[in-house]
Design a binder for this molecule. Sequence first.
Ligand SMILES: [Mg+2]
Length: 115
Amino acid sequence: MSDCSSDIRARRRSVEVGSVAVFPDAKADKDQARKILEEAAEAFGAWQRYASDVETGEGMGFPRHARVTGSFDDLADELADVVTACMNMACAIGIVDFTARMEECAKRNRTRGRM
Ligand SMILES: [Mg+2]
């Protein structure tokens, strides 16, 4: 079940993340870069399961009895994994505060008409 109603979603302009704990041994190497992709793929899979249950009520081409059902928590957990993987890489390249970077990203998105 969602903890963000549609009314709240319509008014919301940001999502609070807070401080992200990072892995102490994360390195800026190919394994860490690949981890971001893996977590993103897991988030996509969780979204497919979530969307197929919540939005369409149908499976993604699989018989209903043969598929794993998704949940809000599964999707939210995978999104958290993506953020952690990204912040592990950020930490590994020496970033300790990502706030300004996210503000610059928001400016770019506003310029592009996405916000
Ligand atoms: Mg994951």
